[in-house]
Design a protein around this ligand. Structure first.
Ligand SMILES: [Zn+2]
Length: 93
């Protein structure tokens, strides 16, 4: 008989495969999803006049260590990346 010492991380039936829902910081599975409401400020005095970017992401919070992760929606991500904000005078539609 061969030694059976191999450790399998997770042999579950995860439909997405790969990323299970465990906390990336402490590996706890005590995580819950929430709807977030978050104001992102640019750092630095020169950016004080930049508008706050509001995002409403789905948060995944670890209820053991407090680690929170979320993904920026595309529009807000572009705003943070480019520092470009739609002009208020720009017509929509
Ligand atoms: Zn954690």
């Amino acid at each position: 008989m061969m030694e059976n010492t191999s450790i399998r991380p997770h042999s579950g039936n995860s439909p997405s495969g790969g990323n299970n829902g465990n906390c990336k910081r402490c590996a706890s599975d005590h995580v819950s999803d929430f709807n977030g409401e978050l104001a992102i400020h640019f750092l630095g005095l020169e950016n004080l006049d930049k508008p706050i970017v509001w995002v409403f992401p789905e948060l995944r919070a670890c209820l053991d260590c407090g680690f929170v992760e979320f993904v920026l929606p595309d529009a807000e991500k572009e705003q943070l990346k480019n520092g470009h904000f739609p002009a208020q005078s720009r017509a929509v539609g």
